[in-house]
Design a protein around this ligand. Structure first.
Ligand code: NAP
Length: 254
């Protein structure tokens, strides 16, 4: 692109970081953003700036969309477990010679007093539940079906919207959206006599309090590891680094 032109940035969103990035870039002259949401949540928190909602129809269709919308840079700021759209962004940007930056928060790591068991997937988490457990399941509504055959334990499922697929036979649904603090999470654990927490290793501050509450109560945690990331796009771990990367590109005329 020519020096002095507006840089058009597609933010693949659905995370707090994507909203903070859109709000920050809104104040940067010479950058225009469009945030894309998958449309999974019935009432999403909308970011500042332009928004589009829904899948693109695969990597080839995404490449066409990038061209049709004169996108200069894609920032993949999706959740660390959203691996399909991440791979599609790699393919589509490569095919259309558009720059790609990955913004992903660092994973959580266990500290002193944590009783974590790491597993590779939601089915592995389901297999690791000791019979008779009272499980606080916080892995999101889309994965609840992986626990549908676990009849030997009781589940408190917390999600933003209700799951639509099969559910475990002994389950209570708690609909709510973070952030949550440690006091809130300690009350959730105690009131429901939870003896096992299951979480994805999402990282970030919005939902980490449950891990602190579990440590304080000495409750074991099954942590589902992140899917491995493929691709060679540069990666940053926070919004400030993403803004720096983008403004440096802007200064260099891309
Ligand atoms: P995914 O498995 O990686 O993607 C599945 C399909 O959904 C993609 O192929 C794409 O459809 C569409 N898609 C995903 N993210 C999109 C976006 N930002 N804009 C437009 N289309 C998108 O994704 P997922 O795990 O279902 O997550 C969906 C969204 O929820 C993501 O934006 C993510 O940031 C957010 N989220 C996910 C989690 C999680 O645990 N997975 C947690 C919190 C938030 P097409 O192939 O048709 O383009």
């Amino acid at each position: 692109m020519e020096r002095g032109q507006t840089v058009r940035v597609l933010i693949l969103g659905g995370t707090t970081e994507s909203r903070v990035l859109a709000a920050t870039l809104d104040t940067v002259q010479g950058i225009e953003t469009i945030t894309s949401l998958a449309g999974r949540v019935a009432e999403p928190i909308l970011p500042v700036g332009q928004t589009r909602i829904g899948g693109f129809g695969g990597p080839d269709a995404l490449a066409v969309w990038l061209r049709d919308n004169s996108i200069d840079v894609v920032v993949d700021a999706t959740h660390p477990f959203a691996s399909t759209i991440g791979a599609h962004a790699e393919q589509a940007t490569r095919a259309s010679s558009v720059a790609l930056l990955v913004l992903t928060r660092p994973p959580w790591t266990p500290g002193e007093g944590d009783r974590w068991t790491s597993v590779a997937s939601l089915p592995d988490a389901a297999s690791a539940i000791p019979p008779g457990s009272r499980v606080f399941l916080t892995t999101g509504r889309q994965g609840v079906h992986h626990f549908a055959s676990v009849a030997h334990s009781w589940f408190l499922v917390r999600a933003i919207d209700a799951p639509t697929g099969p559910e475990p036979p002994h389950m209570t649904l708690h609909l709510s959206r973070g952030p949550f603090d440690v006091d809130h999470e300690s009350i959730m654990l105690a009131d429901n006599r939870i003896d096992l927490l299951i979480t994805k290793n999402s990282g970030g501050d919005m939902t980490r309090a449950k891990l602190d509450a579990a440590r304080v109560a000495s409750i074991p945690v099954i942590v589902v590891d992140r899917p491995a990331r493929t691709g060679s796009a540069p990666m940053v771990l926070d919004v400030a680094a993403a803004v720096d990367w983008l403004t440096n590109r802007l200064r260099a005329g891309l």
